[in-house]
Design a protein around this ligand. Structure first.
Ligand code: ADP
Ligand code: MG
Length: 240
């Protein structure tokens, strides 16, 4: 599981995370919602050690993420991450993109890496795109490729940072459907998202972030359908 205890994070004088506590258990889906600038992305970067923290603790399985002795490469192999912007290699085919990290990072043979990549591409609905170059894909297909690339590393957890925010509205559904499939598979996920209906449907827990604190957290039936706090109600009335 992922266990986050009293995490504080500042950029200079700006305190961006002000004591975050949360747990994500195996097989659970946590959605994080909240206004721009509330610290959602920063928390994801702290979980995979892209950013340091000033106080508190983050545990991933048995790994103390910010301990100086932690092997961050091993940590990151457990955490797949997909961002808002597509970040594939344009000079490699879809299949080569998906096979790259298993080959380079896990030192798999070409055949082994290709076999895993093919399987994950089929999984996200790109079984007919192996030999295509990513620039020829739609935005939704590019995001599904990014998901397949992350899955090819066999992570224990997937972290998604607003992966549908840059997409044309008609392409959002296919990417969210892919996340629903992962959920059915039992993948443990943290989804930072503006898709409130999606968060309500798929999450075990929803956390509403405001100014670096969790204002309200609980099952979607509470946080989205029946928020207890006025701040949460206000936010939802703007985005729903
Ligand atoms: P969100 O993802 O919720 O929109 P972020 O985590 O990206 O919010 O940012 C939270 C705050 O931290 C914002 O005020 C942002 O400007 C600031 N911030 C984020 N990254 C940096 C950085 N590398 N250096 C300085 N300030 C940053
Ligand atoms: Mg963000």
């Amino acid at each position: 599981m992922i266990n986050i205890q009293n995490v504080h994070k500042s950029f200079g004088d700006l305190e961006v995370l002000k004591g975050i506590d949360l747990d994500v258990k195996k097989g659970e889906v946590l959605s994080i919602i909240g206004s721009s600038g509330s610290g959602k992305s920063t928390l994801l970067y702290c979980i995979n050690a892209i950013e340091k923290i000033q106080k508190g603790k983050i545990i991933v399985d048995d790994i103390d993420v910010h301990h100086p002795d932690t092997n961050q490469d091993q940590l990151r192999q457990r955490l797949g991450m997909v961002f808002q912007q597509w970040n594939s290699f344009p000079h490699l085919t879809v299949l080569e993109n998906a096979a790259l990290a298993p080959r380079v990072v896990k030192k798999m043979s070409k055949d082994e890496a290709m076999a895993i990549a093919e399987k994950e591409l089929i999984h996200v609905g790109l079984g007919d795109k192996f030999d295509v170059y990513p620039t020829k894909l739609s935005g939704g297909q590019q995001q599904r490729l990014a998901i397949a690339r992350a899955l090819a590393m066999k992570p224990n957890y997937m972290l998604f940072d607003e992966i549908t925010s840059a997409l044309d509205p008609e392409l959002v559904g296919e990417v969210l459907d892919t996340l629903r499939i992962l959920r059915e598979d039992g993948m443990t996920m943290i989804c930072v998202t503006h898709e409130i209906a999606f968060a309500r449907d798929v999450s075990d827990t929803v956390a509403y972030f405001q100014h670096g604190v969790i204002e309200e957290m609980g099952p979607p039936d509470q946080v989205i359908s029946n928020p207890q706090k006025e701040t949460t109600q206000k936010f939802l009335s703007k985005v729903l």
